[in-house]
Each structure stands twice: as C-alpha cells, then as structure tokens.
Design a binder for this molecule. Structure first.
Ligand code: HEM
Length: 541
C-alpha cells in the first residue's frame, strides 16, 4: 500500500469520526432542547406560577390540600390560570361566568375525564365518575339519572328517605356522641336500600362497616396530587412509595366489598326474595332478555351499584356533618329555622319534603353548607377534547380542567362575609341546586358543590332531598348545642376549621349536645321511629 492511500484512509476515518461526533452532539442538543421544553408554559396559555424545566409546576402541587392551594393561586393569577405538570396542562377556573361559558355552554368538548392510572387500575377500567366519555359512561349516566330523577324520588323512593331520616333523629337522640357515625349511616343506608335492596341497619352492618373501611382508603388514593404523575411518565408506575401499597390494598378491598354485595343479593334472590331496588330491576331485565342483553362486562355490572353508593354516601354524610356542626355553632340560625318550622308543623309530626315550599330557610341552610364547606373542593377534574380559546387564552386539547370550588366559595366578591355561615345569603335562591346548575344565568348560580356541565352530579336530586329532610327534622325535634366539658361543665367550642384533607373533605369527629325541644316532640320522634322501622323491614331490619 502506498503512503498516499494511507493518508487518504486516515483522513476518511477522521472525517467519519467527526461526522459521528457532530451527529451525536446534534442528537444530544435536540434531546436537551426537547427536554427543556417539557414543563414550559406556552405563552398562549392562561398565566400561572413560574415553571422550572421538565417539572413545570409539578414540584408546587401539594400531595394533599390542592383545593386550598387553588385559592391561593387564584388570588395571584386570576380566575383562569394554568399549571404545567411535565407535558400536561391544567387549567383552573374560579369564576362562575367562565365555568358556565366553558363547562356548561361548551359541554360537548369539556365533559371528558383526564386519564387516572391509579383509579383505572383499581377499578379495572370501569368507574362511572372517573371513566372517559363513551358508551359505558353514557349508559351508566342514563341509568343513574332515571333511577334518581325528581319524579322517581318524589313518587317512589321518598318513603325510604323519610324513614331513614326518622331513624337518624332517633339514633342522634340515643347517642349524640356518635353523631359522626350516624351521619354516615344515614346516606349509606338510603343508597344501599335503593340500589341493593339492603339497608345498613346499624353500625355493625356489613353495608356500613365494610363500606366505610374501604372508602377511607379510597378517598386518600383519589385525592388529586396523591399519586406520581404516571399519566405523563409511565415509568413512574414502578416508583416505590406508600401510594403503591395503598393502591393495591384499595383494589383488593373494593373488589371484595362489591363481590360480597352481589353475593348477598344473589343468595337473597335465590330464596325468592326480590326487592324494590335498582339491582333487582336490572337483574330481572337481564334474566328476561338473556345475559348478552347487558352491554357491559359482568364485573362492571356489579360495580355500577357500588360506584353509586361510593359517590353518594360519603359526600352526603360530609355535608350533613357540616350542617350539624354549623347549626351547633350558630344558634341564631337554628332559632330562625325553628320559628319557620313551628309555624308549619306542630309537635305531632316532623316536617317532610312535602313541606319544602313552606320552609324556604331549610333550603338556604343546605345551600350554605355546600357553599361554606363543600366536600369536593376541586370537584372532579374534566378534560377538554378539542383546542379551545377563552378571552385570548389557549386551552389546548387534552388539558385537565379544574373547577376551583373552594376558591369560588371563599371569594369575598362572590359571597359577602364569606367566612361566616350565613344561610340568609340564599334567600333569593328558593329553588333546589339542580335548577341553578342547569340555568344559563351563570352569575345567578347558588354554588358549585355539585360540579358543572355534563358531568354535574347525577345524584343531586337525591342528595338535596336527603340533606333537606335531615336538616328540617333535626331542627324541628332538637336544639343542637356545642358539647360541655365533663370536668369544668363549660362549653367546648367546636372548631369550624377542623376538617380532614382528601378528595372529599369531612369535619373531624366532634361531639354534640342534643336536647329535645319538648316532651310532645320526643313522643312523636319515638312514635315515628316505630313506623319507619316497620316500613324499612322490607330491606332487612
Ligand atoms: C351532598 C352530596 C353530594 C355532593 C356534594 C356531590 C358532588 C359531586 C361532584 C362535585 C361531582 C363532580 C361533578 C363534575 O365533574 O363537575 C359529582 C359527580 C358524581 N356524583 Fe355526586 N355528589 C353528591 C351526592 C351524590 C349522590 C347521592 C349520588 C348518587 C347516588 C352521586 C353520584 C355521582 C356520580 C355517579 C358522579 C359522577 C358523574 C359523572 O362523572 O358523569 N352523588 N358529585
């Protein structure tokens, strides 16, 4: 080989090395550039807290208490702002007009749910509240809306609600220290009677004990911010942490709970005991039309009833507890409501929902409970399915859209003297919450306790009637007071800010004094209990 060919060979090798180095550098530079774009806020988005490369605002998202944080950011960045979590965009809304303009008016594109890896893993991809728009969600929504329509409630289910509310009055009278448990027993018993045909008769009942055991953990799992953002970085699925063991535990608990519920129903039906409830109605349909007539998998059929109990029990219990605590703390509200009730009902009967029009202040108390301490401080996030614009800001397709319920409800401009529990603020809102939620007068909305748009709570009619009945009956029967210190005999003030922190917040357990308003009332309370239990015996006593 000649010297010149050696030199050319060396040069060629040198060029090839240089080219590879340049290519590698370019790849690294492009990769780095791309990485640095992750977490960056597109200038067309609504404003928001400053981002850092890659994480965006992920490091600022608290693992608990996001609803409160939303309020802080709303004060800084306004009533529509954005957050970046890696490649995802969160849009946070805290103005009734904007919520109405987007979630209600453009419901077609604002009614999806963001993917929730943990929830979908736990529920095997089927959960009414968290699943994405599609035939399964539509079917579930149609079933729930029909079963809990105002007509069906007021002509059919009302007897169960009235009876359980009477039982609740009696439970509270017998053991006021267990107000926390009994407030939870009431809605789970109503829901399980109407859905499964079985009431939760006491605190040892399967329907109470095992349900709340599961729900406490489920609530922690579901809180926004509680799990790593696997939706953006699937590798985080393998990240260690308490979230992981909690997820597996809830999956097991939940599956055992609703399978057992179904088994109880099947065994009952095999004994020829068919009951007036949704699962029996659907099982009768399936039996008549054949198994294939039901368009969802068997486990999704089973879980649907459980999903409705999950959505309806804790929420209602938390709001009932808020109302009771507020009544004990604000005796002037009790006096005003009792004057109204006394003009309508004597001591011989407790108010019923048929008295709704004559007792407008009770409706105001229910609304103020939902305004003052909404159990779902961030509602459940929606997802937008198309690029959209609001006031010059881009809301990109796929963004997660939050209703900052707490931030709105604690906004002094929207609710004057917002820290105070003051039902009077709703005197001009005599209708039930669903009427305002479906009205195009967005500014006239009472509150956002049930969310908004096409995902608005389908249990609203049941929930409103549950809370109204409890409030009216308790105020008719009792004076509710803050507890006394057993040693000093002095009043122990209830802390109106003592709430837990999870997806559905609830007051921390508290004690209460319950004083019957008269001997005559007391006799009526006891008499009505016997009638209520006789009626409820069809759901197992
Ligand atoms: C005071 C009681 C209740 C409160 C405060 C409440 C609140 C809420 C909220 C904030 C949402 C999310 C709405 C949104 O995405 O914008 C929701 C959804 C839902 N609620 Fe309720 N709820 C209550 C009672 C009930 C009851 C009694 C049931 C049924 C028995 C129920 C069933 C559901 C279901 C199934 C969803 C999911 C709807 C969907 O994703 O399409 N809720 N609720």
């Amino acid at each position: 080989m000649s010297t010149s060919s050696n030199v050319f060979g060396l040069l060629r090798q040198q060029n090839a090395k240089t080219a590879i180095s340049v290519a590698l550098l370019a790849i690294v530079a492009v990769g780095l550039y791309r990485l640095l774009q992750v977490g960056k806020r597109d200038p067309r988005l609504p404003p928001g807290p400053p981002t850092i490369p890659v994480l965006g605002n992920a490091h600022m998202i608290p693992t608990t208490g996001l609803g409160l944080k939303f309020q802080e950011w709303a004060q800084q960045y306004g009533s529509i702002y954005s957050l970046k979590v890696l490649n995802s965009t969160f849009i946070v809304l805290s103005d009734p007009q904007i919520v109405g303009q987007l979630l209600d008016k453009k419901g077609v594109i604002y009614s999806d749910r963001p993917p929730n890896t943990v929830a979908m893993h736990i529920t095997d991809g089927h959960h009414f509240s968290f699943e994405q728009q599609g035939p399964s969600w539509k079917l579930k929504r149609a079933i729930a809306v029909r079963h809990f329509s105002p007509h069906k409630l007021d002509t059919h289910h009302f007897k169960v609600q009235e009876a359980e509310a009477v039982v609740f009055m009696n439970n509270l009278l017998d053991d006021p220290d267990r107000v926390f448990d009994y407030a939870r027993l009431y809605p789970v018993s109503v829901a399980c009677s109407l859905l499964y045909g079985h009431r939760a008769k006491d605190l040892n009942s399967f329907w109470f004990r095992e349900f709340y055991h599961m729900m406490e953990k489920w609530g922690e799992v579901l809180e926004p911010g509680a799990n790593p953002p696997m939706e953006d970085l699937p590798l985080l699925w393998y990240a260690p942490g308490v979230w992981r063991s909690r997820m597996h535990e809830v999956k097991k608990l939940r599956s055992t709970l609703w399978s057992k519920a179904r088994k109880i129903v099947d065994e009952r039906r095999q004994r020829g005991d068919k009951r007036d409830c949704l699962i029996d109605e659907k099982l009768d349909e399936v039996e008549a039309q054949g198994k294939d007539s039901w368009p969802l998998p068997e486990f999704a059929f089973n879980n649907l009833f459980g999903e409705l109990v999950e959505a309806g029990a804790d929420t209602t219990a938390n709001q009932v507890l808020t109302i009771i605590m507020a009544l004990a703390k604000y005796p002037e509200v009790q006096r005003k409501a009792q004057a109204e009730i006394d003009a309508v009902c004597g001591p011989d009967r407790a108010p019923t929902f048929a008295d709704f029009d004559k007792l407008p202040y009770i409706n105001c108390i229910v609304k103020e409970g939902l305004r003052w301490r909404p159990t779902a401080r961030t509602a459940i996030p929606h997802r937008v399915t198309k690029d959209d614009w609001y006031n010059g800001h881009l809301i990109p397709k796929g963004s997660t859209v939050f209703i900052a319920v707490w931030a709105m409800h604690q906004n002094e401009e929207l609710y004057n003297d917002h820290l105070k529990f003051n039902p009077d603020r709703f005197l001009q809102h005599p209708k039930l919450a669903n009427e305002y939620a479906s009205s195009p007068d967005y500014h006239g909305r009472d509150h956002f306790g049930y969310g908004a748009g096409r995902r608005v709570c389908p249990g609203v009619h049941l929930a409103e009637r549950n809370m109204w009945r409890i409030t009216a009956k308790l105020l008719w029967a009792f004076n509710l007071k803050e507890p006394l210190d057993p040693v000093t005999g002095k009043v122990v003030p209830l802390d109106e800010n003592a709430y837990n922190s999870c997806i559905l917040v609830s007051p921390l357990p508290f004690k209460l004094r319950v004083e019957p308003r008269s001997e005559a009332v007391l006799q009526t309370v006891k008499r009505e209990k016997a009638e209520a239990l006789a009626f409820m015996s069809q759901y197992g006593n």
